[in-house]
Design a protein around this ligand. Sequence first.
Ligand SMILES: Nc1ncnc2c1ncn2[C@@H]1O[C@H](COP(=O)(O)O)[C@@H](OP(=O)(O)O)[C@H]1O
Ligand SMILES: [Mg+2]
Ligand SMILES: [Mg+2]
Ligand SMILES: [Mg+2]
Length: 309
Amino acid sequence: MAQTAPLIPRLVASSIAIANRAGEIIRNVMSKGDLGIVEKTGKNDLQTEADRSAQRCIITSLSKQFPSITIIGEEDEPSDSPVPSDWVVSEVDQDILRLECPDNLQQVSAEEVVVWVDPLDGTSEYTQGLLDHVTVLIGIAVGNRSVAGVIHQPYYNYQKENEPLGRTIWGIRGVGVGGFEPKAAPEGQRIITTTRSHSTPEVQATLDAMKPDNILRVGGAGHKVMLLIEGKAHAYVFASAGCKRWDTCAPEAILVALGGKLTDMHGKEYSYDKNTPFPNKGGVLATGKGENHEWYLEKVPEAIRKKLV
Ligand SMILES: Nc1ncnc2c1ncn2[C@@H]1O[C@H](COP(=O)(O)O)[C@@H](OP(=O)(O)O)[C@H]1O
Ligand SMILES: [Mg+2]
Ligand SMILES: [Mg+2]
Ligand SMILES: [Mg+2]
């Protein structure tokens, strides 16, 4: 069975197991208490031992199982030390291999695939102990389109006793989603989710122009898209540069598999081609199924939109 399934479901099946292992690594770094925080070149841009170790687990495991695909991860990897053998995952999620795959995904070759890896999304919140904002993102693109994604939440249920810790969500365009219960956001209200740690006057002015009933300021692109697909927010609005392709590839695929949309502030979809520059310079607008994406686009103040190119 495992050998006969097409490449995209096999990649998703492996990514689920790999993301689970990366989540354990993230929890282990936190429980040891030494986060090894490094400031990257940008302002307000941190990296921890958990980001570095989780990425080594994910990239080593994926490239071992799929040697011909292109993998692009957020973190630079200067370490020459060998990856611990228990970080190299060979398990796969068997249920995914049994899914029906649409025609357009049957014949994808490894050379067409780009996997965008964010080993720890919501690093700023992780360092501040806001653990439920943290996700592991593995996004799978074919050519320039995001087609499948895995979001793992290592700290899901962490404040509840007797509930399983962590969960993993997946989505494949044209196939479906799993690992959670999709829900529509409440009618008759406008709830917008946005950045907690990277706000700017332009981000705030754009939110003001949309006159939301409520604003949910949370960390992580993965976490914010989770709020959309679980019916907690109607739109994710970030009228600023700062997010990168690894932040949006996996969440976009899951959102789109459910009928939602993710674009820049001009309404343009991002390309996930391996040669694309990775910054999402046009900002992020994501809306759930049935939301009027155009309405949000029209509300973006023109002077702010013009700067986002
Ligand atoms: N101004 C900025 N500089 C650096 N990274 C930014 C940024 N704005 C957003 N990001 C990145 O985009 C992701 C979502 O941001 P936010 O939580 O603010 O909405 C985070 O990913 P990481 O935590 O993986 O680095 C964050 O670092
Ligand atoms: Mg980062
Ligand atoms: Mg990120
Ligand atoms: Mg990250």
